[in-house]
Ligand binder design. Sequence first.
Ligand code: ZN
Length: 118
Amino acid sequence: MSSANFCSACGKALPQEAQFCNQCGFAVAQLAHPPAPQKDKWYHHPVVGLFMLFVVLQVFGLPLVWKNPRFSRSTKIVLTVLTILETAVLTFLTFGAVKTIFDHMLSESSELKSLLAY
Ligand SMILES: [Zn+2]
């Protein structure tokens, strides 16, 4: 006979589906169904982690990498260096693009000035 059919606090016989003992109020279901062990976090998946790191977060994703138990310490160091390099290159390219636009605007405004002068 299953022990789940009896209250483990007072020993009263209970219906199979009972969650609480109807005599003493003991929570039977909590003992019959212990909480499932925590699953691995979705963002600990290496592919998800790498996508988040390089595409979405860049240097801001580094804490995620360092907290990830699936990456070894050497992998974390390599990823950190790669991310910093990527951010440096992107920053350099962004400044280059802004400078190009700025130069273009300046030359246009000087053309405009020379047109207005006539
Ligand atoms: Zn009971």
